[in-house]
Ligand binder design. Structure first.
Ligand code: DAH
Length: 339
């Protein structure tokens, strides 16, 4: 018996040594310690032993069982830790490799400036209106007193979809759309993209941005126009800014003017940006032409209004000292990351 137990123990240990997986260990456990296992068989056969032998063999068998249980437990721990080690080896990350950079987007300078301008006008009670970029010839030209063959069309040559549909050359058609849809008092601005068939160079782009403004109510005068735009310029560029109005011509305003502001680069002393004049041209403006009001069903005997239009790109270029309009449309991150 004693020898048989030794044999079982050694056989089990030998097999344990070779085992490389938990499944194999389970097999060994069943084979030696299971219900029908070899050690169990011995314990079952103890009835045949003499009274003296029984406790001795019983004790020994239990020792062997405990010994094997511990050995199997140890082997299982060992295999598990080796498996873990293997996994760690396999999943190792080479931290010396450069990672993939996440590029973070930025606000575009046009958008930054536009937001600043919008906030100023919103604070003065203006609403924001929108209009389509693909526009009817009627809204873009006719209703603004620019009939077919009018020379003003020459300056605003555009992309024609067909005889009646164009890519809008200005944001002024939104004036007409707003006056058709709303009753005075009207106080709105409308920023947006406009198109002209200009060749691309440092100062021209076939796409650029404008911002329109329109106020219509009873008793609106040129003084309201001046006060509003002066307030805007001071809020946008600082209290020291001055404005001046030069007579001009636009078919849809009468009288019309262009507004200049103190050069914000040199403060009016004269520099390269303002061509030594101390002034920078900011926008076109005027009192809404009575015929334009009539075109929209508004009685010019009762109501009057003023309007203005900015070129946004020019404002951005002056503000940041950008000398080429193409930079605003090239999406070059090296350029955009500066803002
Ligand atoms: N739409 C004009 C342009 O593109 C700018 C302009 C001038 C708009 C006078 C106005 C205005 O509303 O009153 O040149």
């Amino acid at each position: 018996m004693r020898e048989k137990l030794e044999l079982i123990k050694n056989a089990a240990l030998e097999q344990l040594e070779k085992a490389v997986s938990i499944a194999e260990l389970d097999g060994i456990r069943v084979k030696f310690l299971g219900k029908k296992g070899e050690l169990t068989q011995i314990l079952r056969g103890m009835g045949k032993l003499s009274k003296e032998e029984r406790p001795v063999v019983g004790k020994l068998a239990n020792e062997v069982r405990q010994y094997l249980e511990k050995a199997i437990g140890d082997a299982s721990e060992e295999i598990k830790s080796k498996e873990k080690q293997d996994r760690l080896q396999k999943e190792v990350i080479d931290i010396s490799m450069p990672g993939r950079k996440q590029t973070v987007g930025k606000r575009h300078p046009l958008d930054l400036t536009l937001e600043q301008m919008k906030n100023i006008f919103i604070s003065m009670g203006f609403s924001i209106e929108e209009g389509p970029e693909v526009e009817l010839d009627y809204y873009n030209f006719e209703a603004l007193n620019i009939p077919k063959d009018h020379p003003a069309r020459g300056e605003q040559d555009t992309f024609y979809i067909n005889d009646n549909v164009v890519l809008r050359t200005q944001t002024s058609p939104i004036q007409i759309r707003t006056m058709e849809n709303q009753k005075p008092p009207i106080k709105m601005i409308s920023p947006g993209k406009v198109y002209r068939s200009d060749d691309l160079d440092a100062t021209h782009s076939p796409i650029f941005y404008q911002m329109e403004g329109l106020v219509v109510d009873k008793g609106i005068t040129f003084a309201d126009l001046k006060g509003t735009l002066e307030t805007f310029v001071k809020k946008m560029f600082g209290d020291k800014m001055e404005t001046k109005f030069r007579p001009h011509h636009f078919p849809f305003t009468e009288p019309s003017a262009e507004m200049d502001a103190t050069c914000f680069v040199c403060g009016g002393k004269g520099c390269k940006v303002c061509k030594n004049s101390g002034w920078i041209e900011i926008l076109g403006c005027g009192m809404v032409h009575p015929q334009v009001l009539r075109n929209c069903g508004i009685d010019p005997e009762v109501y009057s209004g003023f309007a203005f239009g900015f070129g946004l790109d020019r404002m951005v270029m002056l503000k940041y000292g950008i000398d080429d309009i193409r930079l605003l449309y090239e999406s070059d991150m090296k350029f955009l990351n500066q803002f």
